[in-house]
Design a protein around this ligand. Sequence first.
Ligand code: FAD
Length: 439
Amino acid sequence: MAAPTVAVIGAGYAGLACAVELARAGVHVTVFERSHTLGGRARVVHKGGHWRVDNGQHILIGAYSELTRLLRVTGVSPKQLLHLPLTLHYPGRLHLQAAALPAPFHLALGLLRARGLTWADRLAMLRLMRRLKKAGFRVDAKMRVAELLADTAQTPALVELVWAPLCVAALNTPVEDASAQVFTNVLRDSLAANAAASELLLPRTDLSELFPVPAVRYLATRRGRLRNGDTIEAIHPVADALGGGLRLQGDPAGTPWHQVVIATAAYHAAPLLASTGLCDDLATAIERLPHEPIVTVYLGLGAGQRLAHPMIGLTDGPAQWAFDRGQLGGPEGLLACVISAHGEHEALSREALVDATRAQLERQLGRPLPVPEWSQVITEKRATIACRPDVFRPGIRTPVPGLWLAGDYLASDYPATLESAVRSGVACAQAILAQLPAR
Ligand SMILES: Cc1cc2nc3c(=O)[nH]c(=O)nc-3n(C[C@H](O)[C@H](O)[C@H](O)COP(=O)(O)OP(=O)(O)OC[C@H]3O[C@@H](n4cnc5c(N)ncnc54)[C@H](O)[C@@H]3O)c2cc1C
């Protein structure tokens, strides 16, 4: 029998996780990617010159078990990620850092030592964590984060400085809309987990170099192939009489594949599914998924400009977080300021956003900043799906035999993140391997 052929559409984190996992099991896999840059929504965008940046600052947490495993599989040095204890630092307002102790002592001691929290704040945080733990980290599936916070009488300071920013950072959805269950899952694996799982992991390299480039190198050593610059326009199931399989329009070879994984963003998966003529309901449901944007304002402030921590929280302005790329392997004085989800900032021009973000930083740092030598505003209008309780997240299977879905928007314990993307890719690979004849 001819060796099974597998094609993956999309060289983002989901598609490459799937391809690596298949290659690891000895399957020769081909990845089609429309772009010449690897990584999809987690990629480098500005290669030349002094200021090399990603399409957006990304944070990983220690609980990203599948992504960190695949980084090891593909030979990525652990030094590519800076490990920081879970820290919330708002200049002059709050400093909360998890202690290097097993749970729950890392949080308990962190709360005891925290600066900027009253006893009422500390007790409210413990109340929420205790309530979630007692309920086995299960809440009503329809509940939103704002209701969970109100039900457990969280203080205004905690909501402003801890819960709302953590929710929008992790779920890319504001507390009023966000799913309390998914937020609870994130808390279970961060604040309530052991110190290592709750660590923040900040990439020291760009996002294409972190995993996608090593993944493609790994594939090359296992007879896997990358075809970048090839856009797959449609998928046509081939009649059984002709041997079956799925023909990809845009594949220069034109031979049908036994198994195909659509590992694109939801908005690209929907038309591909529809093109089969056999998945209309699924394609329509995916097409309707609501999305939230993320804007990253890069400010190249130049030498001598440094934040007190690699990552600080910001209030009263467009940005929610600022990252000091100079402390993360980037050029000195480069700040990445992140604005997650919909908001008033969407009405501002690029120039106005740069000015508003710089003014916000000056207010919060309490010192004037130089006029940026360089700046860039990167808007990802459909950065992730909105993580609301009523949002439909499909599984990896489709109605077409041999056709699979991978991507961050698929059903997952986690919000649409790198870890959800990678987990869906690995799940697809495992399902495909289970169907292949024993080798
Ligand atoms: C600005 C920003 C900040 C973020 N911050 C975080 C964070 O801090 N932590 C976190 O965990 N996650 C974060 N995310 C989310 C994370 O980036 C995504 O969840 C993840 O990258 C999605 O990966 P994916 O493989 O599912 O999809 P994608 O990355 O979208 O990959 C799909 C790939 O398919 C390709 N493709 C599409 N159509 C075709 C076609 N027809 N033919 C061939 N190729 C095709 C695309 O070019 C792309 O490379 C952030 C996202 C953004 C945009």
